[in-house]
Write a protein that binds this ligand. Structure first.
Ligand SMILES: *Cc1c(COP(=O)(O)O)cnc(C)c1O
Length: 479
């Protein structure tokens, strides 16, 4: 294969064959990666980590054959990945991408569209509108909301809260886009005690500060206690969470909306994964009233199982979103209402066509399939909890969604069990601390997880826990 490098100066008249070989080979390597992922270690071996420098120290002066570059990436890079596509990776709400969404991503990579403007990519802009409509319908949110496709929930929080900032200050007669926050009327910002770590960061990026927010105490499951909301007056934003990353618990969003709206506050919902409970007839009660909020942030790359780099910001007041994100220059077309101009609705300008994979996932699953995915992963989580509890281990949360917190005894023992599980490699789970106690967190959020994966992982966890607990004084009562 001819290297696509400047050494020869000129490219051949037709360079189609350059794609042919390298894309065919990429498909071969990707298929081999995915076909063997269930047999490999769920984490990364020390040997794989030690080989990473083979990817290169100093940047080469002369370019290399694309096939050689790809082969090196597979040889060294593939083993240094965690097996989050494998079905037994339970470390964090990460999800595994659906086949249709990976394939759609590949095709969209070949398109290489810049999704910033309709004229640069009509299909990207069209799919954003379409996907937004479908998602609003699926999640039970108002049909006229504005929305933006961003990298993840953290940026979706930033985006939606920028619209919130614009609206609440606008009502107080302040133009935050023009005049900034210096000398602006103070905005009261309220969060729950068990807010996700990305929320204070999002608030800090917007100039709200991490330290000047009001924090409302939470109950045993991490739900904000509405009775302890402070008295609110003036411009205010209440940040609610549905889907606590430890317990899966959801703040009582309907009740909070009622209280906050009575005093004119804006309610923003961080629903990175929890918002998807709304698609399950059995679980939608957890997010009852969520459609009454003013803005929402959620992920495509978690429970919907599209590739990473996929978040959605949704704002009821589409005008506030447009105002906070607007951009103008002679080289951009005027904001024609009939056409979606993605850069007028989100924080980024040039970017990839993110709605493509979401569309593929939704089209492929259908409403029934999305609900089935949510319910199935929740059932797997329940089975984990039952299996662990039956052997005498403490489950620290009410397993209402896809999250399980387990303690194997005292903190040292739990830490040792987590280390043993991560080293053994059948499955992968991470650690956390819940209400002062060390715990292992099991998140079931991939379509690829089967009942057999759950049974095999459970057996391994129980065997390793029995070994570690046996070697310690803090033996739980094994039933
Ligand atoms: C994962 C998560 C986030 C952050 O989402 P990113 O996609 O990583 O930006 C925020 N809130 C909750 C509740 C989450 O689970």
């Amino acid at each position: 294969m001819t290297p696509l490098s400047p050494k020869s100066g000129e490219l051949p008249d037709s360079n189609n064959h350059l794609y042919e070989e390298v894309l065919t080979q990429a498909a071969v390597l990707a298929r081999r990666y995915l076909q063997t992922i269930r047999e490999r270690h769920a984490g990364v071996s020390q040997a794989a980590l030690e080989r990473l420098p083979a990817l290169g120290g100093e940047m080469p002066f002369h370019g290399e054959d694309p096939l050689a570059v790809l082969k090196l990436l597979d040889d060294i890079g593939s083993p240094a990945t965690v097996a989050s596509m494998g079905g037994r990776f339970f470390g964090g709400v990460i999800g595994g991408a659906l086949p249709a969404s990976v394939a759609a991503h590949w095709l969209a990579d070949a398109w290489d569209q810049n999704a910033c403007l309709f004229d640069f990519s009509p299909v990207a802009a069209y799919l954003e509108d379409l996907v937004l409509d479908w998602v609003l319908d699926l999640l039970g949110l108002p049909p006229d909301c504005g929305g933006a496709f961003v990298t993840g929930t953290q940026m979706a929080d930033v985006t939606a809260l920028a619209a919130a900032r614009s609206a609440v200050l606008g009502r107080a007669g302040w133009d935050v886009e023009r005049d900034g926050l210096f000398s602006a009327p103070p905005v009261t910002v309220i969060i729950g005690e068990e807010v996700h770590a990305t929320m204070p960061k999002a608030l800090a990026l917007l100039g709200f500060g991490r330290g000047r927010v009001h924090t409302v105490p939470a109950d045993s499951q991490g739900r904000m206690k509405p009775s302890l909301l402070p008295r609110i007056s003036g411009p205010a934003i209440v940040c609610v969470q549905v889907g606590n990353v430890n317990t899966g618990a959801c703040d009582p969003v309907g009740e909070i909306c009622e209280i906050a709206h009575n005093v004119g506050a804006w309610v923003h919902v961080d629903g990175a994964f929890g918002l998807w409970a709304a698609v399950s007839p059995e679980r939608k009660c957890l997010v009852e009233g969520v459609g009454r909020a003013d803005s929402w942030a959620t992920d495509g790359h978690k429970w919907l199982n599209v590739p990473q780099d996929s978040g959605i910001a949704i704002v009821r007041d589409a005008e506030a979103l447009g105002r906070s994100m607007s951009i103008a220059a002679a080289y951009y077309p005027p904001d024609a209402e009939a056409k979606r101009q993605p850069m007028q609705l989100g924080p980024e300008s040039s970017r990839r066509a993110r709605a493509v994979e979401i569309w593929a996932a939704l089209r492929c699953l259908g409403k029934h399939g999305v609900a089935e995915l949510i319910d199935r992963t929740c059932r797997h989580a329940t089975r984990f909890a039952e299996g662990l509890r039956a052997k005498g281990f403490d489950i620290l949360n009410d397993v209402v969604l896809n999250q399980v917190l387990v303690s194997f005894g005292d903190d040292e023992t739990t830490a040792r069990v987590i280390d043993a599980i991560q080293a053994e490699g059948t499955c992968w789970c991470g650690g956390t601390v819940w209400k002062g106690r060390k715990a292992m967190r099991i998140s079931v959020s991939s379509w690829a997880t089967t009942s057999a994966d759950v049974e095999r992982s459970l057996e391994t966890i129980l065997a390793l826990a029995a070994g570690e607990c046996g070697s310690s004084s803090s033996k739980p009562s094994i039933a």
